[in-house]
Design a protein around this ligand. Structure first.
Ligand SMILES: C[S@@+](CC[C@H](N)C(=O)[O-])C[C@H]1O[C@@H](n2cnc3c(N)ncnc32)[C@H](O)[C@@H]1O
Length: 241
């Protein structure tokens, strides 16, 4: 009997390092069925709190139409509905069908297969856009932010929740944990160790809080500010058109 095929992690990592969009969608496709479990274990439940902060920020504005880009397994979309954060409707878009199927299984509605770099919506279609742990995976973040601005109406807001750069004293320990420890125990829950090596690297390479705010302004947003969450491990950026 031949041995079971094993994943070539170095190949997975190479593709992801070069940010091939197909490789990113395929990677999320492979982790989709364990995605929620991994999130809650790795984040120690903090991910729930961070999403809650995002939803509360949107709720303050009470927008009419909301688009959740890179909606994945739908947790933000569902929380927006549960907390009555909008008055009209909310749509969730993602380019990875297996992730959307997870969202569908959780009874998320208004799901759409779509690429954040080319949204199938007219200019000024939405009052608010949310994106949590999505922008980091975009092959062209500036283009993704420009696309968000395009589909937002004047005065509309983008809410970007992402892992960020923690306080200086915490950073060495945190990045060591992400790079060395997390992929080790991720492999016991998911076969995709490469995906979690990619996670650590991509967080390290992601713009710092002021850099992301500057990128949002470069994309055409009039204002961009941020709130650090959990010592800056995550940050919520809010930008207005
Ligand atoms: C880490 S998951 C985040 C899912 C969800 N927002 C959450 O809070 O758990 C990242 C998601 O971004 C999606 N994604 C990455 N790049 C994308 C793009 N260019 N367009 C649409 N979705 C994208 C992936 O398919 C994946 O579902």
């Amino acid at each position: 009997m031949s041995p079971p095929p094993s994943t070539d992690y170095s190949k997975v990592k190479q593709d992801l390092d070069h940010q091939a969009p197909g490789a990113i969608a395929a990677m999320f496709g492979r982790v989709a069925c364990r995605y929620d479990l991994m999130n809650h274990i790795m984040g120690g439940g903090l991910d729930l709190y961070w999403r809650w902060r995002l939803v509360q920020a949107v709720r303050k504005q009470r927008p009419g139409r909301v688009l959740d880009i890179a909606t994945g397994s739908g947790d933000v979309l569902l929380a927006l509905e549960r907390h009555h954060a909008y008055t009209g409707c909310a749509i969730g878009a993602d380019f990875c069908l297996p992730m959307l199927q997870q969202a569908q299984a959780k009874r998320a509605r208004n799901l759409l297969v779509g690429d954040g770099l080319g949204l199938p919506f007219a200019d000024a279609s939405f009052d608010a856009i949310t994106i949590s742990w999505g922008l980091r995976n975009f092959v062209d973040r500036l283009a993704g932010l420009r696309e968000m601005r395009r589909v937002l109406r004047p005065g509309g807001r983008a809410y970007v929740l992402e892992f960020s750069h923690p306080a200086a004293w915490l950073a060495p320990l945190y990045f060591w944990y992400l790079r060395k420890i997390m992929p080790l125990y991720a492999q016991f829950i998911t076969p995709e160790r490469g995906a979690y090596e990619y996670l650590g690297d991509s967080i390290h390479a992601f713009p710092s809080q002021p850099e992301l705010a500057a990128l949002m302004r470069e994309a055409g947003f009039a204002q961009a500010s941020w709130t650090n969450l959990s010592l800056g491990i995550a940050a919520l950026h809010i930008a207005e058109v």
